[in-house]
Design a protein around this ligand. Structure first.
Ligand code: KG4
Ligand code: ZN
Length: 367
């Protein structure tokens, strides 16, 4: 469903759910066209790198220190003032709650001080709309959301209307990339480093397990692959060994993403017979060229148009949060100033409640 809208929305977006402090200004015109007026991302990678992963306390403190500067920079780069905004959108979860609270509180303060409507955005909804930042992507579409915290297939029918078709039972694909990269001695974040190492590698040399063989459906599992690859990494000594293992890991993750996506395409096309079919991949792992290429081929083979966000909007950013907010505002949707920060917040709450893929206290997919 496309929004029935009147005027343009000019929205300040704020994103602080993980290790990037980000702010952006996005203008969504009445005809649905989108202009990113600015998108500022202050990465905390250098602060977390010594620990090989994101440290929540360090992240929260770093967000506090940089949020005002990053927001001011986003407004300056966009050439707008607070008075030009029609709304403010902040990530309210899921994510590291100390960080989420920083961006959400900042957004509430702006909303209160300027009399603007607030949208408390689900970070996953931001990724879901991210392809719409680069091109016109009409609803409905099939979405593979694949990042460091999430790995799920969703039928996206319209603004905020998502149905989960499958999700990971343990690690997210980006988490598998990161942990295996760490076992290979690569710097954090591991995904891009592993992609570079895999360039000179032979993906056929190391056999890796295939997860959930014989199981129907669209769920994922990466923990067996992670354990097997970490063991093989101990014996991979030469540069060629390491490149071959990196290539094998990338191929195994890509194959699983493609196989499950193809099953979801079959389901989705049965449900949407006679309509235009579109497959969208979003999230940090969508930046991987092997993954993108294989998914594009799968989409083509199943009669789906293929979309992926511009590379800058694959990983966490605030432009996608601003756009998710603008789409909601254009439908008259906003949130009260006591909207809570939510560490866990599945996009499709009904499916998540009926079929939980995690239990509290256990590590794994956030949704
Ligand atoms: O979407 P994102 O920035 O944050 C989350 O919401 O999780 O995704 C970050 C994840 C990390 O796990 C990172 O290693 C992975 O995306 N990633 C990649 C690549 N670029 C980022 N994985 C594989 N290949 C890449 N080129
Ligand atoms: Zn993300």
């Amino acid at each position: 469903m496309e929004a029935a809208i009147t005027d343009a929305e000019t929205v300040l977006g704020l994103e602080t759910s993980c290790d990037e402090t980000a702010a952006a200004v996005v203008r969504r015109h009445a005809d649905g066209t989108v202009e990113v007026l600015s998108s500022i991302v202050a990465s905390q990678i250098a602060q977390h790198a010594p620990y090989g992963g994101v440290v929540p306390e360090i992240a929260a403190r770093a967000h506090v220190e940089s949020i005002d500067g990053v927001a001011a920079e986003a407004l300056r780069a966009a050439g707008v003032d607070y008075g030009d905004l029609t709304g403010v959108a902040a990530t309210a979860g899921p994510g590291l709650v100390g960080g989420v609270m920083v961006g959400l509180s900042f957004g509430k303060a702006v909303a209160l001080a300027r009399g603007l409507p607030l949208v408390a955005v689900n970070h996953l909804e931001g990724h879901a709309v991210s392809a719409r930042l680069g091109a016109h992507v009409a609803y409905p579409f099939l979405l593979l959301l694949v990042s460091g915290g999430h790995c799920q297939l969703l039928a996206v029918e319209g603004v905020g209307a998502c149905r989960r078709l499958g999700s990971t039972m343990d690690d997210a694909a980006g988490e598998a990339f990161d942990k295996i990269a760490k076992a290979l001695g690569l710097p954090y974040p591991g995904g891009p480093a592993l992609e570079r190492l895999a360039e000179g590698g032979d993906p056929e040399r190391y056999p890796l397990p295939r997860a959930l063989l014989g199981r129907e459906g669209c769920d994922f599992s990466f923990s067996g692959l992670k354990t097997a690859a970490a063991r093989l990494a101990e014996g991979a000594r030469s540069d060629q060994d390491r490149a071959d293992l990196a290539a094998a890991v990338q191929a195994a993750i890509t194959r699983q993403l493609a196989e499950r996506s193809e099953r979801a395409m079959a389901l989705f096309s049965r449900e949407h017979e006679g309509r235009d079919l579109r497959f969208v991949v979003a999230g940090g792992v969508a930046a991987n060229r092997t993954v993108r290429g294989r998914l594009e081929a799968a989409a083509q083979a199943h009669g789906f148009a293929f979309s992926a966000p511009p590379l800058a909007y694959c990983t966490d950013n605030a432009a996608m949060i601003a756009l998710a907010g603008a789409e909601r505002l254009s439908l008259g949707l906003s949130d009260p100033l006591d909207a809570p920060a939510r560490p866990r917040w599945p996009l499709d709450e009904a499916a998540a409640l009926a079929n939980p893929t995690h239990v509290p206290g256990r590590k794994g997919a956030k949704a």
